[in-house]
Design a protein around this ligand. Structure first.
Ligand code: ACO
Length: 382
């Protein structure tokens, strides 16, 4: 096959896979998830329904959904080994994403009666079911509190909030977290999803793919931005300070967290879905003033970014309202990226299944820029 010698840094504009999972149109600001516009799916489906949809390319019937929910409920708890690792990670104050990566690597599959090499669906269910338990236990241990066992009478999203706080969440809170998890479940060939596909394309296993994806998601240019985005809103503190604080950041060459995207040149549609969910939640549950402040910060940032980089068309991305929504659900900022992982995990797995069905080892080329005529010098002569 002829090699295209044009180097595309960041693989920008390169089509590297065909997928039925999601379509991201950065010019139109459109996100389709398995056939549904994100706006229609995220605010109506339960998380379990969306996972089923991605893994089966259709919505479940009531009976199929009940069966799928039960399969997840049965695999929520963690082994003693995983809990010991989380305790050790908490003692050493490892960040939550590092703890998640470590325990994902252990994955209690054999404890759960799943053979990781031959049972991909069993592995997938164990991973999705237990991720919230890992994140919630990490959060509680970091605050020197006992982890809370999962509750079989709660759905996936509600149980996650329950394991974090010990309180059964109200319907508005459940709707808000469910909307969030659905919104972030899949998004084209983003960095963590690509990582997962690269790993599974070597015929490695699902756990390895997910461990790699967790590592990719951790970085601030991908899933690590919502904490800093919220810090920025708090740092500004009141509407009158927004302009001066943001101007100074841009003058210092800093990036405004929660703005800009590799693909979107218009507003990220997920930002609208989450802004609406945040508004509903803040009206009923949390501090409406913070929502108003965030809206003002967003408008000011967009105005300043428009002048700062007019060609780049920098717009609000998903992370800005993620921060606000998750804060409204009383999640601390260390939990924002792990909670993103709780949702995106199901998308990573769907991509792994898809890659396995049409597998071709992912192995791009690189252009060599080094010299070719070095002479070997023995170590004692260097
Ligand atoms: N604030 C200020 N300037 C910015 C921002 C921003 N948020 N984003 C991009 N720019 C500037 C860059 O400094 C660069 O300027 P230069 O040409 O003078 O060097 C120019 O715009 C182009 O930026 P790129 O880095 O080429 O844009 P890229 O497509 O690689 O980056 C990214 C996208 C990483 C998201 C970037 O916009 C960014 O760093 N945003 C802030 C972090 C963030 O919000 N991350 C979450 C992304 S959403 C997600 O992954 C789920």
């Amino acid at each position: 096959m002829a090699i295209d010698h044009t180097v595309k840094p960041g693989l920008e504009g390169v089509m590297a896979a065909q997928t039925r999972l999601s379509s991201v149109d950065g010019e139109a600001g459109e996100l389709i998830i398995a056939g549904f516009p994100v706006e229609a799916l995220a605010s109506q489906a339960t998380f379990e329904e969306t996972v089923y949809l991605l893994w089966n390319d259709r919505l479940p019937t009531a009976g199929e959904l009940a069966e799928f929910r039960n399969a997840l409920i049965n695999q929520r708890s963690l082994s003693v080994l995983s809990l010991r690792v989380l305790e050790a990670a908490a003692r050493q104050k490892f960040p939550a994403m590092d703890a998640l990566r470590m325990v994902t690597g252990i994955a209690d599959l054999r404890d759960a009666g799943v053979d990781p090499d031959s049972d991909a669906m069993g592995s997938a269910i164990k991973l999705v079911a237990s991720f919230p338990t890992v994140v919630a236990a990490t959060a509680r241990l970091a605050n020197k509190r006992e982890p809370i066992a999962p509750r079989a009478d709660l759905g996936h999203a509600a149980n996650y909030l329950f394991m974090l706080s010990g309180k059964v969440p109200g319907p508005e809170q459940v709707r808000a977290i469910e909307t969030y998890l659905n919104t972030v479940i899949d998004h084209g060939l983003n960095a963590s999803t690509f990582t997962a596909r690269v790993i599974i394309s070597t015929q490695s296993d699902l756990i390895s793919a997910v461990v790699g994806a967790v590592g990719a998601l951790k970085g601030p240019l991908h899933g690590g931005a919502p904490g800093p985005a919220l810090d920025m809103v708090f740092e500004i503190g009141e509407k009158s300070r927004a302009e001066s604080v943001l101007r100074e950041k841009l003058q210092r060459g800093e990036r405004l967290m929660g703005f800009g995207h590799r693909v979107y040149r218009v507003r990220d549609p997920r930002a609208d879905v989450l802004a609406a969910a945040a508004e509903r939640l803040f009206r009923t549950e949390a501090d409406a003033k913070l929502y108003e402040l965030a809206r003002h910060v967003e408008q000011t940032a967009l105005r300043l970014l428009g002048k700062h980089k007019p060609q780049r068309k920098l717009q609000t991305n998903v992370e800005f309202y993620t921060a606000l929504l998750l804060h409204g659900l009383e999640l601390s900022s260390e939990l924002f990226t792990p909670t993103f992982a709780v949702g995106r995990l199901a998308g990573w797995i769907a991509h792994c299944f898809e890659q396995q069905r049409q597998n071709r080892l992912i192995r791009p080329d690189s252009e060599y820029l080094g010299v070719k005529n070095r002479q070997w010098v023995p170590i004692e002569e260097r």
